[in-house]
Design a protein around this ligand. Structure first.
Ligand code: ADE
Length: 427
């Protein structure tokens, strides 16, 4: 029995879903095979994702494969109530609405877990965390999970390091077919789109500070430059809990050599007209920065959690916090300056109504990886670790995405294959 905002919204939700479906050729292909083979017959999938139209098409695809679906949102502001109503109409159990408070947010995830899922899909790791802390009795029957996002995968690695992870979780985020496109091009378009919808302001000629130059920050910076913004990139040195990958200083150099201005936030705070956080870390814009900012500066977060901007600190420095319009709040600082916060500091690209999530074609690729990885978990006995998406799935999804766009790559010749494996002679 679903808990949603308004069942009467389902007609509009069906229209949204239809539009997404028409633009998701990979899920359509996978859905056709699932319909025949029913890989999820008898399987209940517990879902904790941003419940919007593209997610809806993923859930329909899994349902075609025989799955029963119970779904909650992975963020209190990101449910499209129209889509939630349409999915509830399609015999899925949906526990989500836009504007949940914290208590309802966790209650809804808990209601999903009451369905005793065999598989989980998570975005940010809140559902997996809840199973491991408050619903441990479910662990023995859970065959595995998929995690969608960088933040979730980081949490899972911490759980694995401490010996706390009790079932296999496929790190969907880390597939090339996911992060190279979703994190970079998807986050760029959806973040900028949401900021433009919320503010309706011109970005050309503006000084915009992008904090974090991972795949998301890189994409946001590149696209903002394309719109004529003057982009300043902020990074910090070190690896912040990670051992792999480039350090902050490598990313800062990459930003510099890409033609961006690079500085620390103490310096950039005085210059920015917009600030966009995309770091996955906490209190990145903190109390010491707000006072330095220009009057009218706009703050937005594109990271998973609403802790990148120190909102409590901002509130304490302010004499007034007030709603201006949907997705925009004004903070009047005691020094008289006004700062504007978008979408309560929650991930701006998905917080409704201005946030609509990544473009449909991008989510088609990411969710194709999700669907195939869930099937992979059922077909294989995997250890209770963070598991990489198999190369075969990752390569196939990229190939299918090209094919869907009418692009067919030629194969290297045998001579080229063998040359690539040889101790090459120069001449
Ligand atoms: N739509 C559904 N899930 C999403 C995600 N993780 N990022 C952006 N758009 C989405």
């Amino acid at each position: 029995m679903s808990r949603i905002k308004d069942a009467k919204l389902s007609k509009e939700g069906r229209e949204e879903l239809e539009w997404a479906r028409e633009n998701m050729p990979l899920l359509a292909m996978i859905g056709k095979r699932f319909e025949k083979q029913k890989p999820f017959r008898g399987i209940t999938i517990g879902v904790c994702l941003h419940l919007e139209k593209k997610t809806g098409v993923l859930l329909e695809t899994l349902k075609k494969g025989g799955a029963s679906i119970a779904a909650a949102s992975c963020n209190p502001l990101t449910t499209d109530d129209r889509v939630a109503a349409a999915l509830a109409d399609e015999e899925m159990d949906v526990y989500a609405w836009a504007g949940e408070d914290e208590k309802d947010y966790y209650k809804n995830i808990n209601s999903v877990l009451d369905h005793k899922p065999d598989l989980l899909i998570d975005d940010g790791c809140d559902q997996i965390f809840m199973v491991h802390t408050k619903r441990k009795e479910l662990i023995p029957s859970i065959r595995g999970a998929c995690e969608e996002t960088t933040t979730g995968v980081t949490r899972l690695h911490a759980m694995e390091r401490e010996g706390r992870l009790k079932f296999p979780v496929v790190a969907v985020n880390d597939a090339y077919s996911k992060f190279l496109f979703d994190n970079r091009f998807g986050t760029a378009q959806s973040t900028i789109d949401a900021i433009m919808r919320a503010t309706n302001k011109l970005l050309a000629g503006k000084t915009i500070v992008v904090i974090g130059f991972g795949w998301c920050g890189r994409g946001i910076s590149e696209r903002l430059r394309g719109l004529g913004a003057n982009v300043i990139v902020v990074e910090v040195s070190g690896r912040l809990g990670r051992e792999e990958g480039p350090a902050g200083q490598h990313k800062a150099l990459e930003a510099l050599y890409s033609g961006f201005r690079v500085m620390n936030l103490d310096e950039a705070a005085t210059e920015g007209e917009f600030f966009i956080t995309s770091t996955g870390n906490i209190n990145v814009i903190s109390r010491k920065h707000f006072g330095k900012m220009r009057d009218g500066a706009i703050l937005a977060n594109a990271g998973h959690f609403n802790n990148e901007i120190d909102i409590k600190g901002l509130e304490q420095l302010s004499s007034k916090r007030e709603r201006v319009k949907e997705n925009v709040e004004r903070f009047t600082l005691r020094n008289g300056k006004k700062l504007y916060l978008l979408s309560e500091g929650r991930l701006v690209n998905l917080a409704r109504p201005s946030g609509q999530g990544h473009p449909i074609e991008i989510m088609d690729g990411s969710f194709a990886i999700q669907a195939l990885s869930l099937e992979f978990i059922l077909k294989n006995k995997l250890p209770a670790k963070v598991i990489s998406v198999p190369r075969s799935i990752d390569d196939e999804v990229a190939e299918l995405a090209l094919e869907a766009k009418g692009i067919k790559l030629s194969k290297p010749s045998e001579e080229q294959e063998s040359y690539a494996r040889s101790w090459k002679e120069g001449t």
